[in-house]
Design a protein around this ligand. Structure first.
Ligand SMILES: [Zn+2]
Length: 408
């Protein structure tokens, strides 16, 4: 069975008759209550998912369809309410979505053909994503030079406006004839009937059930983005955009560039230099801050050392400091009988803490303090160190310490 959407992939409206309508069992519709009934029509312009191409969205009269699946030689339209058998329905299609899929899918056929024939990188699978798509290639790497060359070749062929056509082979066509035809996915196991082959004039013949453009010029252009390691050994994923997606991406990039130009107050060509400079400045400022905080740690420690009488316990928090601050403080103070609770980091976020005291006090308070601040840490002898995630609870720790020393 060849569906109407395959016979004429440019039809945006079509009238057909309902030949079956079945309630879908509960487990299948769990994700979406609008898919409770499966409607089968005499024919359809709504493409059922297949060959790597997602299904179409559209309407049966005014009932929305957001899922169409193929079962053997029939397309099932998932809808919220039953439609009586024999009803004539007007099908309409979300054309923007469909034409986008046609551009990505035909673009994939063209890209795969060029990569296989000129760069010895056959396609083993592909994915049509919501943002970008990719082909999975049977090669261990692709140089940036090869990517540039392939992109140029593909766009040259698009400019030439080669024809794209469909040939139907009867189902009993001998294997040796079909073997001449390349196929990414092969035929699905439940395939019935004739075999459909997509030809790009002078370039490629490929068994496929998808909907395609009829001239390469309708692809506008194809942009290769980046490669990524596949989960499978010795395979590479090459991401691409085709058609209107290239313009959309360019628009997003230009908008972002405009915003950066205002924020950075310079010419786009200088954005990277300026950001690099800013990053270096931040690093330097932080270095200066940490050395100022070190001075502060020394002076804080001296102050405590000289206080008369010495307190039983001492709590100190420095928001902008790092672990170094606590180490410097303890080093400068030297051995002491004062119990210390030191902490660094933003009060509203996470940070680091250090407890110092008698071994039995550390053993009793260490884990309790750590739990209060939702941290992870360990004690050893006179000290307990931890990385904590709830610095906001610091006041509760102080309360716990006051209580402890009231009783000891
Ligand atoms: Zn295909």
């Amino acid at each position: 069975m060849v569906f109407k959407c395959q016979d004429n992939s440019f039809l945006k409206e079509f009238t057909s008759t309902v030949i079956a309508c079945n309630k879908i069992n509960a487990e299948e519709v769990i994700e979406d209550k609008n898919q409770s009934y499966g409607v089968i029509l005499e024919d359809t312009i709504l493409f059922p998912e297949g060959g790597g191409q997602p299904c179409d969205y559209g309407f049966l009269n005014d009932i929305p369809v957001r899922k169409v699946l193929r079962r053997e030689d029939q397309a099932i339209h998932y809808v919220s309410n039953p439609i009586e058998i024999g009803t004539t329905v007007k099908q309409t299609i979300d054309w923007e979505r469909r034409f986008d899929h046609m551009q990505q899918h035909s673009g994939q056929h063209l890209l795969s053909a060029v990569l296989e024939q000129h760069f010895n990188a056959p396609t083993v699978s592909w994915w049509l994503g919501e943002e970008s798509s990719y082909v999975e290639l049977d090669t261990h790497s692709l140089s940036s030079d090869v990517i540039k060359q392939a992109e140029n070749m593909v766009n040259e062929l698009i400019r030439e406006g080669r024809k794209v056509s469909v040939t139907i082979y009867p189902k009993n066509t001998p294997e040796n004839i079909l073997n001449e035809v390349r196929s990414v996915k092969g035929l699905p196991e439940d395939h019935k009937g004739d075999i459909r082959v997509i030809n790009i004039d002078g370039i490629d013949s490929n068994m496929c059930c998808g909907t395609h453009v009829n001239n390469l010029s309708q692809l506008q252009m194809l942009k290769l983005l980046h490669t990524e390691k596949s989960k499978r050994k010795d395979k590479v994923l090459l991401h691409f955009l085709c058609g209107n997606r290239v313009l959309k991406r360019l628009e997003t990039c230009i908008d972002r560039e405009k915003q950066l130009t205002v924020l950075l107050n310079n010419h786009p060509a200088q954005h990277c230099d300026l950001v690099e400079k800013l990053q270096k400045n931040v690093k330097l400022l932080n270095k200066n801050l940490q050395s100022a905080l070190k001075e502060l740690a020394l002076s804080d420690a001296q102050k405590l050392k000289n206080s008369q009488p010495l307190p039983k316990y001492f709590c100190l928090h420095r928001k902008d400091a790092e672990i170094d601050f606590m180490n410097t403080f303890i080093r400068e103070l030297g051995p002491t009988d004062v119990f210390l609770f030191l902490s660094v980091g933003d009060e509203k976020k996470d940070g680091n803490i250090m407890l110092y005291g008698k071994e039995e006090t550390i053993a009793e308070l260490g884990t309790k303090v750590c739990d209060l601040l939702e941290g992870k840490g360990a004690g050893k002898g006179n000290t307990f160190r931890a990385k904590v995630s709830k610095m906001a609870k610091r006041k509760d720790v102080e309360k716990l310490i006051i209580e402890y020393f009231n009783n000891h």
